[in-house]
Each structure stands twice: as structure tokens, then as C-alpha cells.
Design a protein. Structure first.
Length: 97
């Protein structure tokens, strides 16, 4: 995953997660059967999807795109920051590096 210029790894991960979620949601919504696709989208964004589970059609798609995408963006950014902190050495850099 290439970094976009001027972006931190966490921001880039959040952007890519949002874009991948958007592509997956649109593919599922337009390619799958209506009832089955909504069920997959609900599980993709669970537990947040409980907030818009009573909707159907366009409103369900809109909430899944925005709120679900935001959920996955936050998860990707948080995981990227966590891995970055775990990979960072604890002490000062070794001499000669």
C-alpha cells in the first residue's frame, strides 16, 4: 500500500480502509441479491450496523458506506499506530546508525 505524499501511515491506512470498504459495499450492494447483500453488509459493519439495521434500500446503503467506512478507517488507523509503536525501538539509536 503506497503512502500518499504528506500523509502519516495511520492516515494513509484510514483512507485505504475507507476506500476498500466503499468498494466492497458497492460491489455487494449491486451484485448480490437484495436480502442476502444487506445481511452481508450488516455483518461487515457489526456491531455498528445495529444502529441502521431497521433501514432498507438507499438509506441502508448510505449509512453502511459512511458509518461502516468510518468504523473501518478508525480500526485501520488505530492498528497502524499500534504496530508502529510496537515496532519502534525503546532506547536511543545505536552508535553508527
Amino acid at each position: 500500500m503506497p503512502l500518499l505524499s504528506g500523509r502519516t501511515p495511520a492516515r494513509a491506512a484510514a483512507l485505504w480502509a475507507f476506500l476498500l470498504h466503499t468498494a466492497a459495499v458497492l460491489w455487494i450492494h449491486f451484485r448480490w441479491q437484495p436480502g442476502l447483500g444487506d445481511g452481508v453488509l450488516a455483518w461487515m459493519d457489526f456491531p455498528l450496523s445495529l444502529l441502521w439495521g431497521h433501514l432498507s434500500g438507499g438509506p441502508f446503503l448510505a449509512f453502511s458506506l459512511l458509518a461502516g467506512g468510518a468504523l473501518w478507517a478508525v480500526l485501520a488507523a488505530g492498528l497502524t499506530r499500534l504496530v508502529g509503536r510496537l515496532a519502534r525501538p525503546d532506547g536511543p539509536p545505536a552508535p553508527g546508525r
